[in-house]
Design a binder for this molecule. Structure first.
Ligand code: PMT
Length: 417
């Protein structure tokens, strides 16, 4: 897992999950859970703590209750607690489930789906990301049973944070120390808020697909964009309550449900005209289209014939749609994409500046990634920060990207003079 680095003020720049369910299991590292709760509360993250029976031998519920500002749960059979927020509600409440420390026993229990205590039951009842910060003696960590349990958990999508190497509480030196609270917080920061963005009342304009630049009645210059990324964004924006206009290059995808208006175009110049026209009434523009940078200087009215030897084509530069949108006043919040095969961050950041965008979502393309594929992964950049959206199907990624866009737009509006 990569950690995001925020170059803005750490406290105000949090855009990770807002509600963390922290499971604490038995081990000396349980004392670090107190510091972890403090670090998360400093970022205004809501934390609810669940202790296993063994954890209570190492750390007191009263301490964690004072630090989190919320009642600490430790039993499936606590009638008062169940009446306030039942365990299923608690599982639904969380954006993410984090277990720190995760003992060897807890990893084994989770791997096998045991549900005879509160933490095990919550984990089974949750469909949210599960993050585990293991802590145990080095031999317990290296044991094939522990490693097999980890492999099972990872195969089901759990993310493992650490452990670190170094001196252990038992006096041995090796791998098994729990990651420090700051490193766990940094890992959490890379997760997008799970809550879907609320875009009610906003007008969102999305471009998708390739543009095709005709050479003659049968040939064109084009690219491999399938339109899936842009269509997934349009679908997610409509689901989030926005009024969506979708400007689509030539693709064979159905209009997503809830999209208010679709404009089909073929060339970059047609997309330029359609985007400029629609952008005047947009609050947010998301340019996921792979626009051709050049077009043939001449479009032949008849099929070009082979006449032996090389053929030289003269190409003219197409208008830059994003840059034109950035010059509009008032100006919508602008999100561009950068599809790169190398130097993703450098090139995406250069586009942030040259195109005058507010965010650039960089994706690595080629070798079965990003373009023409079902999955994608995005590194999103803005002035003073960045955020990683891990590899996922484009529908999931579109939801996560919109949540991030909503957060960044709100931050930009707050910072505006
Ligand atoms: O369609 P899929 O198969 O799902 O693939 C998705 C995708 C990989 C095409 C998409 O995620 C993506 O990265 N789109 C942008 C691809 C690209 O060509 O980027 P670029 O580096 O050429 O352009 C940068 C930005 O400027 C883009 O937002 C682009 O829409 C915009 N642009 C580019 C050229 C131009 N003349 N005008 C523009 O506005």
């Amino acid at each position: 897992m990569r950690f995001a680095h925020d170059t803005g003020r750490a406290m105000s720049a949090w855009h990770g999950p807002q509600r963390v369910l922290l499971g604490v299991s038995g081990g000396i590292a349980a004392y670090k859970a107190c510091e972890l709760v403090r670090r998360l509360r400093e970022r205004e993250v809501e934390v609810r703590v669940v202790l296993t029976a063994n954890a209570e031998r190492f750390v007191g519920a009263t301490t964690l209750q004072a630090l989190s500002g919320q009642p600490v749960r430790n039993s499936l059979w606590d009638a008062a607690a169940e009446a306030a927020m039942g365990h299923i509600e608690l599982a639904r409440w969380a954006d993410v489930v984090l277990i720190a420390p995760a003992s060897a026993n807890t990893l084994a229990r989770l791997a096998h789906g045991l549900a005879d205590d509160l933490l095990g039951t919550l984990c089974l009842a949750s469909d949210r990301p599960l993050l585990l910060a293991p802590a145990m003696n080095r031999l317990m960590w290296a044991h094939p049973a522990t490693q097999a349990n980890l492999a099972l958990l990872q195969a089901r999508g759990a993310q493992i944070l650490g452990p670190d190497s170094g001196a252990q509480a038992c006096g041995e030196v090796g791998t098994g120390r729990m990651l420090e609270p700051d490193a766990i917080v940094a890992a959490l920061a890379t997760l997008a808020p799970a809550a879907a963005a609320d875009l009610r009342g906003l007008r969102v304009l999305v471009s998708a697909g390739p543009t095709l630049e005709d050479l003659d009645p049968v040939r064109y210059l084009g690219n491999r964009s399938s339109g899936r990324m842009g269509f997934a964004i349009a679908a997610a924006a409509a689901q989030a309550g926005a009024t969506v206009t979708l400007v689509a290059g030539p693709v064979s995808l159905p209009t997503p449900p809830g999209v208010a208006r679709r404009v089909d175009v073929r060339s970059a110049r047609q997309m330029h005209a359609a985007m400029l026209d629609a952008a005047r009434a947009a609050d947010i523009v998301i340019a996921a289209a792979a626009v051709a940078d050049y077009r043939p200087a001449q479009v032949s009215t008849h099929k070009l014939k082979k006449h032996g030897g090389a053929l030289t084509l003269e190409l003219l530069e197409n208008p830059d749609i994003l840059a034109a949108l950035a010059a509009l006043r008032p100006r919508p919040f602008l999100v561009g994409f950068a599809a790169e095969t190398e130097q993703l961050e450098t090139r995406a950041r250069a586009k942030l500046v040259s195109k005058g965008a507010d965010l650039i979502a960089g994706n690595r393309v080629g070798a079965g990634l990003g373009i023409e594929t079902e999955d994608n992964a995005l590194s999103v950049f803005w002035h003073g920060g960045q955020h990683e959206l891990a590899r996922a199907d484009k529908t999931t990624l579109a939801r996560e990207l919109l949540a991030l866009i909503a957060t960044r737009r709100a931050a930009a509006r707050e910072a505006a003079p």
